[in-house]
Design a protein around this ligand. Structure first.
Ligand SMILES: Nc1ncnc2c1ncn2[C@@H]1O[C@H](COP(=O)(O)OP(=O)(O)O)[C@@H](O)[C@H]1O
Ligand SMILES: [Mg+2]
Length: 294
């Protein structure tokens, strides 16, 4: 089936908590924007992380960071509110609907509804549903592993539950966008460490089963040094040399595991800087040559 705006592409970034999802999603978005694509970086949830990084208020409506680079914060409730508004088209009624105690309880009890609204919003540009979303790229700093799989399950679950009517129909269309490799792509971020690697391998299989395409893997925070372990071994009585040798060996072991179980992946370096803005900038420079233009 054709969608009204198949020029827009969605990139969803997930992985274990703390592996660098937000940093990698922002770095990818910066790369796209520098390549000349109008790019919207989307945070999911109630509170913005990027507001501290880019030092500007981030809200539901896109905030312009530079040239073609914008950021939005989409919570389940704000997406659902907008969805209901587009169905009813009277702001006062929508406010009544959301302020009603019974409705509030219902919304709290039905998280799948919020998740459907969030995915509906993410795919709304391609489907040309609701307010215009004039971007070439939507990059989503998505939830971590389990929560992300639950999010993706929502439209399929609702489509199974409600076969007929506009909601069933929309849920199916949302799934369709999310399952099309020419419209959506998935990045799993991991670290060269035991638990993140194990989780990434499992997540890759689970995601592939859900969306029917191969997610791309990024191994973040890899020590990239010109020093070799054999050279370092000459200084193995020095604590720092010992630390580096052990780290590089452990990292080599984990990346070998990852390669064997999950195939190829992109490596991003450990950045020796504690400012998020600089980490993102360096990661985007490292990604620049690695992200093919779609
Ligand atoms: N390659 C890297 N090198 C150095 N620091 C990094 C790197 N990637 C991420 N960080 C830092 O690690 C912390 C966690 O990253 P973040 O993107 O917030 O993770 P997540 O969104 O997965 O929880 C942040 O302080 C971020 O700046
Ligand atoms: Mg994050």
């Amino acid at each position: 089936m054709q969608f009204p705006n198949e020029n827009q592409k969605i990139t969803l970034v997930t992985g274990k908590g703390g592996v660098g999802k937000s940093a990698v999603a922002a770095a990818l978005a910066e790369v796209y924007a520098r390549q000349g694509l109008r790019t919207l970086l989307v945070e999911l949830g109630e509170r913005s992380y990027y507001q501290y990084i880019y030092e500007m208020p981030i809200r539901y409506e896109p905030t312009r960071v530079f040239d073609r680079f914008y950021i939005s914060l989409w919570s389940g409730e704000s997406a659902l509110r907008e969805y209901v508004y587009y169905l009813i088209r009277v702001r006062k009624l929508v406010d009544l609907f959301f302020e009603n105690k019974i409705m509030r309880t219902f919304i709290r009890a039905a998280p799948a509804l919020k998740e459907l609204a969030v995915l509906g919003k993410i795919t709304s540009g391609i489907r040309a549903w609701g307010p215009e979303l004039e971007f070439d790229r939507i990059v989503v700093d998505a939830f971590s592993t389990g929560h992300f799989l639950a999010l993706l399950q929502a439209p399929a679950g609702i489509a199974d539950l409600i076969e007929s009517g506009p909601m069933g129909e929309q849920s199916r269309r949302i799934c369709e966008v999310l399952n099309r490799a020419d419209l959506a792509q998935y990045y799993i971020v991991t670290l060269p460490e035991e638990l993140p690697v194990a989780e990434a391998i499992e997540l890759k299989a689970a995601l592939k089963a859900r969306v029917g395409m191969e997610p791309k893997l990024i191994c973040n925070r890899v020590y990239e040094t010109a020093l070799t372990t054999s050279w370092l071994e000459r200084y193995s009585d020095q604590p720092f040399a010992e630390f580096l040798i052990n780290t590089m060996k452990a990292q080599g072991h984990e990346t070998a595991q990852l390669k064997q179980a999950a195939g190829s992946f992109t490596t991003l370096p450990l950045i020796f800087n504690d400012r998020g803005r600089i980490v993102i900038e360096r990661l985007s420079q490292a990604l620049e040559s690695k992200v093919e233009r779609l």
